[in-house]
Design a protein around this ligand. Structure first.
Ligand code: ADP
Ligand code: MG
Length: 327
């Protein structure tokens, strides 16, 4: 296994100008790496910037600043044929395959499109390749002649996955791929993604607001809050030695998690505020259950406090102690 990261993200920013209001900091200076064959889970409440990270990495959107190297090449500044080449190697699986699949096209023609556009398969080989793709993800042959609306959510997502796999990518951003599915189907899709990862040597960025889903599939987890990463660690570490007050609060709300059993449920008040014109200080401070005056002025840095475990709160030890005392 290579010890070089497949993706190296450096000080990545995505700001939106909102007329009359100011600058919305959707992604605000994040840096991390993704190693080949790993799954990095990206979690956080709705609106904290997870999808924007995925969109910028796959160049559905342009970054405002920073770099994102894929196999050594900067995705942020690539264009023309180089961008086209990179794009082939990076695909996306969306939350709602219904809105991302053309409703007027059959599954067969949906799966043919990328192969045709990139001229990967000749006309005579097309049927064979499309049937291969369908079989790979566990879709029966008859599904190829159906339209997306004729399929249930699980099958539609299988089509979404088959389409993402059609160009033999190296890296896939899965953006809430099971959030719209029944719980009974979620496991099927997660297992399919894990199976494909093994068979095709894929690397995933797995975006979800659901910690138990992320836990199941991820090798490492990054927790986002208002455009920034507040904690990042290998999966076991983040669940066993939870450090950031935000992560502690998120985990305390999930039953069947060790840490949740050791602490009282911490209820976060209100929704994630808007990341418009952010003030200095810790972004989580206004909702933090243990913020002090300093938190409102000093911006915490993401620091490595044990091997591979990063946290952006200087008071994490106190947070752990307090959380345990609350039981
Ligand atoms: P998440 O995926 O974590 O729910 P998003 O990445 O979708 O979060 O959004 C992050 C922030 O960026 C939110 O405050 C959202 O309202 C804002 N945002 C997303 N897209 C746009 C846009 N095109 N214009 C302005 N603001 C946007
Ligand atoms: Mg999202």
């Amino acid at each position: 296994m290579s010890d070089k990261p497949l993706l190296k993200i450096e000080h990545l920013k995505k700001y939106y100008e909102v007329p009359g209001k100011g600058e919305l900091h959707a992604v605000d200076d994040i840096s991390f790496e993704i190693m080949p064959y790993e799954t990095l889970g990206l979690v956080g409440e709705s609106g904290c910037g997870k999808s924007t990270v995925g969109n910028v990495l796959t160049r559905l959107q342009n970054a405002t600043a920073g770099h994102a190297y894929f196999d050594g090449e900067d995705i942020v500044s690539a264009n023309g044929t180089r961008l086209k080449e990179i794009r082939k190697k990076m695909q996306m699986v969306f939350q709602d395959p219904y809105s991302s699949l053309n409703p007027k096209k059959t599954v067969r023609s949906i799966l043919e499109a990328p192969l045709r556009i990139h001229k990967l398969v000749g006309k005579d080989q097309m049927d064979k390749r499309v049937e291969e793709l369908a079989e790979m993800v566990g879709l029966e042959k008859y599904v190829l002649d159906k339209f997306p609306h004729e399929l249930d959510g699980g099958k539609r997502q299988m089509v979404g996955i088959a389409r993402a796999l059609s160009l033999n990518p190296k890296f896939i951003v899965c953006d809430e791929p099971v959030s719209a599915l029944d719980v009974s189907v979620q496991a099927t899709i997660i297992n399919l993604l894990m199976d494909m990862q093994k068979k095709m040597g894929l690397t995933y960025l797995f975006v979800s607001h659901d910690l138990s889903v992320v836990r199941h599939i991820s090798t490492r987890i990054a927790v986002m809050y208002l455009g920034q990463i507040v904690e990042m660690a290998p999966t076991d570490m983040i669940f066993e030695n939870t450090m950031h007050p935000y992560t502690i609060a998120l985990l305390s709300a999930v039953p069947k998690i060790e840490f949740a059993n050791k602490v009282d449920r911490i209820v976060l008040k209100g929704d994630v505020p808007s990341p418009m014109n952010p003030k200095p200080g810790c972004r989580f401070a206004p909702r933090c259950w243990m913020a002090c005056d300093k938190c409102k002025t000093i911006t915490p840095e993401l620091r490595e406090v044990e091997e591979g475990h990063f946290v952006a709160c200087p008071y994490w030890e106190e947070a752990q102690k307090k959380a345990r005392e609350r039981l």
